[in-house]
Design a protein around this ligand. Structure first.
Ligand code: BGC
Length: 482
């Protein structure tokens, strides 16, 4: 969310209704393309792995590195993206992210060895991380206030579409060495993203920050033609004046509660296992008895990809009506129970595998049970921790520390995602699928308690009211200690 936020719901003055201009549609297209690339680059590796393994015959550790280093690249990308967006502007930062996506996809698809492949994965990841900060920031600053939430949600929805698109490509191309095409396809949306971005102006907030007020006014006229340009510029200037907190201040005891909440949510979102399921779904389905690559990718497409997209719409519809806490609680219960079911089902499968001779090509009852549990898990995540965590991260920080707070939480999310994808197969070697899913289920329970204790309901509260919660808490804490 932008530092120049002026929604009535967020504590600013009421805003007139805004027309959707062609420029705004362009902004929407850019955001969707960036989300699509994020989801695609993340999802495609699941189906490409078996082909890569056939070509290079890598060890388990190298497979984990190929899978997870996009995330590591994204962590560093997110960390530098804040500075890039300030120095180069939001627009150039998104263009750089798109160039990196494209270059990385080319390196991956032409890789003659696993070392080059890992370099390509890092470059793609760097682009993903930069875009994960710059694209929603650009969208939030460009969109008229009343459309801001929808624009940022479109980004998360596009991520799930990207993952689904990757699943479909995986399913169509899952045989032989077509993994090179799978990884190379993202060159197309990468180039489209650069082309879509070129005619667009930078955000009015960035132009104002660097003193280019004429350009800021032009940007407002283009994307918000119904608004009072002078008033908009004044609001942006006012909101910027209090927005320069130092790194020290971000970590001060005054803002410790929102920092712990944001970073905690970002880490728990990953430690409940979502990306283990997304990245390794084919392997999980293989272990559940879906023996052919076609069966595995079909299960991944329909159980993971489509359900992930559809259930995200539930969150978009209900997050402002039911509130953040109820959605997270309901989602965590669904995720926890389905993870327990997965754990039991894999225990059962392990027993069958040791007791019986090789079976047919069809999944057993336990395999079908696994499928249902995976559907419940992904749906529960998609209407809760998926979109709601990003919503909360973007609304709990006071204006003065928001940029840096969101950057720290985003980097923590990528770090946790990297950790899970890097060590999931090692964990499975160590405690089996059953044990791994049991650990994720326990993390769901811990997350429930964490949210119960630390997360206030933010639905319908202005940012100032949310900020007030932390000030009151810090004052009470201080009083109790003195
Ligand atoms: C998470 C990603 C995850 C995606 C799945 C996002 O909210 O941050 O790590 O892969 O949801 O849809």
């Amino acid at each position: 969310m932008s530092e120049g936020d002026r929604s009535p719901a967020l504590g600013g003055s009421p805003e007139p209704k805004s027309r959707i201009t062609k420029w705004l549609i362009f902004v929407g297209a850019v955001v969707m393309l960036a989300g699509l690339l994020f989801g695609y680059d993340q999802g495609v590796i699941g189906g490409a792995l078996s082909g890569i393994e056939k070509t290079f015959n890598p060890s388990t550790a190298v497979v984990e590195i190929i899978t997870s280093w996009v995330t590591l690249g994204a962590l560093f990308g997110a960390l530098v993206a804040g500075t890039m967006a300030e120095r180069l502007g939001r627009r150039m930062t998104v263009i750089w992210a798109a160039v990196l996506f494209t270059a990385g996809a080319l390196i991956e698809s032409l890789a003659p060895s696993t070392t080059v492949m890992v370099v390509g994965r890092l470059v793609v990841g760097f682009g993903v991380g930069i875009a994960s900060l710059a694209a929603p920031l650009y969208a939030a600053e460009m969109a008229p206030t009343r459309l801001r939430g929808r624009f940022v949600s479109m980004y998360q929805l596009a991520i799930t579409f990207g993952i689904l698109f990757a699943d479909i490509v995986d399913e169509l191309l899952s045989s032989g060495t077509q993994w090179r095409i799978m990884l190379g396809i993202s060159v197309v949306p990468g180039i489209l993203l650069v082309l879509a971005m070129v005619p667009l102006p930078d955000s009015m907030v960035w132009y104002t920050k660097v003193g280019q007020l004429d350009k800021a006014a032009n940007a407002i006229r283009k994307v918000r033609p119904d608004e009072d340009v002078g008033a908009d510029l004044r609001d942006i200037r006012d909101s910027l004046s209090g927005a320069q907190a130092s790194w020290r201040e971000v970590f001060s005891s005054r803002w410790r509660a929102p920092l712990v909440l944001g970073v905690g949510l970002a880490i728990f979102q990953q430690f409940t296992g979502i990306n283990a399921v997304i990245y390794y779904s084919d392997k999980i389905f293989a272990a559940a008895g879906f023996s052919t690559p076609q069966q595995q990718t079909a299960a991944t497409t329909w159980c993971i990809g489509v359900v992930n997209v559809l259930a995200t719409f539930i969150a978009v519809a209900y997050v402002d009506r039911l509130g953040r806490r109820p959605l997270i609680f309901a989602g965590l219960i669904g995720m926890g129970l389905s993870l327990l079911a997965l754990s039991l089902s894999f225990r059962h499968l392990a027993r069958i595998a040791t007791a019986s001779s090789p079976g047919t090509n069809n999944p057993s009852d336990a395999g079908v049970f696994t499928l249902v549990a995976m559907i419940v898990f992904i749906a529960s995540f998609a209407f809760s921790l998926g979109p709601v965590v990003w919503t909360v991260i973007n609304e709990i920080y006071p204006t003065a520390v928001r940029g840096r707070g969101v950057a720290i939480a985003t980097a923590a999310n990528w770090g946790a995602a990297w950790f899970v994808t890097r060590f999931f197969l090692t964990l499975v070697d160590w405690v089996g699928e059953s044990g791994a899913f049991l650990i994720f289920a326990i993390v769901c329970a811990i997350t429930y308690v964490f949210v119960w204790k630390l997360q206030p309901e933010t639905k319908g509260r202005t940012l100032e009211q949310i900020q007030q919660i932390w000030t009151t808490k810090a004052a009470a804490h201080h009083k109790a200690r003195s």
